[in-house]
Design a protein around this ligand. Structure first.
Ligand code: NDP
Length: 326
């Protein structure tokens, strides 16, 4: 028997409870893992509170991320004792996830614990950090260079946002951080590397099709009217990496930034990201994130505290990254 956070549905409401479950209840897979850490992402918040249609069948163990130690493996790539990391692949949505002391997963979904990172640090990064890295890489690949001007990050005090601010600053970009919590988080964002802080309300005004050109590029975690405003303010030849919908999944924009300013809108997904690209992103995360990131932007909670944190993340009240000790 082992401890797990289990989601059930009663009268269309999601109920989260800590339960003792048996190993035989775990779903099929090639690799059995003793989970050391999981983490809390926006998607986990939606799943646990039931505010988003994330879970595809009940009962479900949430947790789209985990790090741990292999105890059994029928796949040649992994053996007992190996340290592994999982993010995405629909785990915690359609397959029991990381918020349990044990997990059984497909070997294809795993990456070896990235060299230089502990399992806890890997979860401090988690899906949010991996996504931030993929966004930053998308801007670099689009030719956006530090000398081109300021780069914007929206939803800056969240998980993806705080890692994106840190990574861009480490790469030498001038970072402007958009936040709805400037008073509470402005100082932290500056410590992570933001050169200036901008109130989210400035981005919530309806956007004209084209506005004054301000940003060489942007990482957007918010979507909706905030992304529309960003697109209208991006420089000629600029690019925006869009990965999130914290403010809504609509996009009330026009084609003007694309056809008159050559702006690129770069879609970023980390869930189905192929193995090689994932491994490369983890390597870069280890190289780029300073020790101060883990100290300043992350905290650890127990499984018992997760339901409360899940409610908070869906209300935009979590700062940085939350790791869960199993
Ligand atoms: P967080 O909740 O940690 O961060 C989101 C941030 O967005 C908040 O901290 C807040 O920042 C801001 N925000 C929250 N609510 C609103 C709102 N109503 N309007 C505008 N801004 C808001 O979430 P994550 O960092 O885990 O995820 C961010 C987004 O990225 C989510 O939408 C998530 O689903 C998506 N995502 C996508 C992935 C992909 O593969 N494409 C992978 C990972 C995440 P502040 O207070 O500073 O304004």
């Amino acid at each position: 028997m082992f401890k797990a956070l289990v989601l059930n549905q009663e009268e269309k409401k999601t109920i989260a409870a800590i339960q003792q479950v048996e190993e035989s209840q775990l779903p099929e897979g090639d690799v059995l893992i003793d989970v050391d850490y999981s983490s809390l992402n926006f998607k986990d918040g939606l799943a646990i509170t039931g505010k988003g249609k994330i879970v595809r069948q009940f009962p479900m163990v949430p947790g789209i991320d985990l790090s741990g130690t292999v105890t059994e493996s029928s796949d040649d790539r992994y053996k007992a004792g190996d340290k592994v990391v999982l993010t995405g692949w629909g785990v915690g949505e359609g397959h029991w996830g990381g918020m349990a002391e044990k997990a059984r997963l497909k070997a294809d979904w795993l990456v070896p614990q990235p060299e230089g990172l502990s399992g806890k640090q890997a979860m401090m990064i988690g899906t949010a950090g991996l996504t931030a890295m993929l966004c930053v890489q998308a801007l670099v690949d689009a030719g956006i260079k530090p000398e081109h001007g300021e780069v914007l990050v929206t939803g800056a005090s969240g998980g993806v946002g705080s890692v994106a601010v840190t990574l861009l600053s480490q790469l030498g970009y001038q970072v402007a951080a958009v936040t709805g919590r400037a008073e509470a988080n402005g100082e932290l964002l500056k410590q992570l590397g933001a050169a200036r802080i901008i109130e989210r309300s400035e981005f919530e005004e309806p956007s004209r099709p084209l506005e004054k050109q301000i940003w060489a590029g942007a990482v957007d975690t918010v979507g909706s009217k905030v992304l529309a405003k960003v697109l209208a303010q991006v420089d000629y030849n600029g690019a925006v990496a869009a990965c999130g919908l914290a403010g809504g999944f609509d996009l009330p924009t026009t084609v003007m930034p694309f056809i008159l300013r050559n702006v690129s809108l770069l879609g970023v997904d980390s869930v189905m990201c192929p193995f090689e690209k994932r491994q490369q992103a983890w390597k870069r995360l280890n190289e780029l994130l300073p020790a101060s990131f883990y100290e300043q932007a992350c905290r650890e909670v127990q499984l018992e505290e997760v339901a409360e944190c899940a409610e908070a993340i869906t209300n935009g009240q979590i700062t940085g990254r939350v790791v869960i000790k199993l």
